[in-house]
Design a protein around this ligand. Structure first.
Ligand code: LLP
Length: 455
């Protein structure tokens, strides 16, 4: 048995919703094999109870300090998941016009939505202002100018916060580190106060605060402490200059345990917030994504073929890197649970699990303790509730993966597979359109014209 499965069955298990019963893996009171009989694999399966309980634990930890929670929609943007969290009172952190529409469609009021991201388009900004967004987190002087221009056009003041780059290494995977000097995110901390003062003086803008997000899947609390301390010092210095800074957004990033370990302690995280920024009297928000949903979801997949390799046995799955990108992109190793519980005395083998995509990076990892696997067995990749379905694609013209939600003894599909028929519909070629050799706009700005030479 894997260390992961042992923990799951032992006292350390904080996930009562996931367990083997009579030898079969259950999500809450539903046997996963029953779902796999009804819904073709691969599919994601989430536990509503797990999401509710994660939200409850986070609220218990941070709400005594007056901290609000905005779920980072990018982690899992399924509208049923958003609705579930929204109904619990959770706000949303979005990074695109699409995510804005999802959050609104899920019934989350615009007044609880924060818009982050380095590259918002003018259309996205306009829509956000029209619906009455709580806050736009801005990341460059050029974006401030664009927001002011759009605000003038739509006749609304834009509530903004400046995202700060505190130059803190989150000590996580390089591809999900976001606050070191070279990162593309935020404004260097030394430049923030001046920029904020400029923004505060603009009639189209309402400068409301500062924001930070240092990275994702952070296991060690020290970088949070460093970043939040830097933010507290920044706010204090800004106030000394006479700037009004009522809001503070501390971003997301709290990691989850993926194999047996306890994982970051949420009470410790809350304590760090209280110690570092508690005295400022700001309205504080956090934007967790992974922590709320990561451990609440599985990717269920069938073994198509077994193949003998020199050092292992390869299992070829019907799920690939297009369904779960994290192993290929971040070298993530998602624990595997066979739907049929391996017997304690079952002879174990080493299996390397791969997907069907025509790329060498389409592999999930090497696993022990899964018992004897054979073609037709169904497996579940654990801790796949965050950045799984939301990052899935149709690469190799494969169906966009389905999603299922379990609640108590019921389950339902919350995203149907998007198949080739839908894809081909969108590829119906449009009419050819003629391009003039030199459009009107190009002619007006052409270098020849500027030089007065004429054409
Ligand atoms: N706030 C902002 C501004 C963010 O950019 C992110 C994530 C979050 C909050 C939520 O972070 P979380 O609490 O989920 O760590 N695809 C990667 C993770 C990318 C995270 C991007 N930003 C992965 O699968 O590990």
């Amino acid at each position: 048995m894997t260390k992961h499965a042992e923990t799951m069955n032992g006292h350390a298990n904080d996930r009562k919703w996931l367990a083997y019963r009579a030898g079969s893996l259950h999500v809450e009171n539903v046997c996963l094999a029953t779902i796999a009989d009804a819904v073709p694999t691969p599919f994601y399966c989430y536990s509503a109870d797990a999401i509710r309980s994660a939200y409850g634990r986070l609220t218990t930890a941070v709400s005594p300090f007056g901290v609000s929670i905005c779920f980072a929609v990018k982690a899992n943007s399924n509208i049923s998941v958003l609705r579930l969290l929204g109904e619990l009172g959770c706000g949303m952190d979005i990074v695109s016009g699409g995510e804005l529409e999802r959050a609104l469609a899920a019934g989350v009021p615009a007044s609880k939505i924060i818009f982050s991201g380095v590259g918002k388009t003018r259309d996205e900004i306009a829509r956000a202002l029209e619906v009455g967004i709580h806050q736009l987190n801005v990341e460059s002087p050029a974006e401030i100018a664009a927001i002011a221009e759009v605000a003038r056009r739509v006749g609304k003041r834009a509530p903004i916060a400046i995202r700060v780059n505190p130059d803190v290494d989150a000590k996580t995977h390089a591809k999900i580190t976001t606050a070191t000097k070279e990162s593309k995110f935020g404004i260097a901390i030394g430049d923030v106060a001046d920029l904020y003062a400029e923004a505060a003086a603009m009639p189209e803008l309402e400068a409301l605060g500062v924001a930070v997000h240092i990275g994702s899947q952070i296991q060690n609390m020290a970088p949070f402490r460093r970043a939040f301390t830097a933010m507290a010092e920044l706010v204090t210095a800004m106030r000394k200059r006479g700037l009004v800074v009522p809001r503070l957004d501390l971003g997301g990033g709290i990691g989850i345990a993926v194999d047996g370990g306890a994982g970051p302690d949420i009470a410790e995280y809350a304590g760090i917030i209280a110690e570092t920024v508690g005295q400022l009297g700001c309205d504080v928000t956090v934007e967790p994504g992974r922590w709320l949903v990561g451990r609440a979801g599985l990717l269920v997949t069938e073994l198509l073929y077994m193949k003998d390799m020199p050092n292992s046995i390869m299992g070829i799955l019907d799920a690939g890197m297009n369904d779960l990108m994290r192993p290929a992109l971040y070298d993530a190793l998602h624990p595997v649970l066979p739907l049929r519980e391996p017997r304690a005395d079952e002879q174990t083998r080493t299996y390397s699990l791969v997907g069907p995509i025509c790329e060498s990076s389409d592999k999930f990892g090497t696993y022990e303790g899964l018992g004897r696997l054979s073609a037709g067995d169904v497996l579940a990749f654990d801790c796949a509730g965050a950045y799984g379905a939301s990052m899935a694609s149709t690469y190799n013209s494969r169906d966009l993966v389905a999603e299922v939600l379990v609640d108590g003894n019921r389950f339902r599909t919350i995203r149907h597979r998007q198949g080739i028929a839908e894809m081909l519909k969108l590829e119906k070629a449009g009419d050819w359109r003629l391009s003039s050799p030199m459009g009107k706009e190009a002619a007006e700005t052409a270098p020849g014209k500027a030089l007065g030479r004429g054409w």
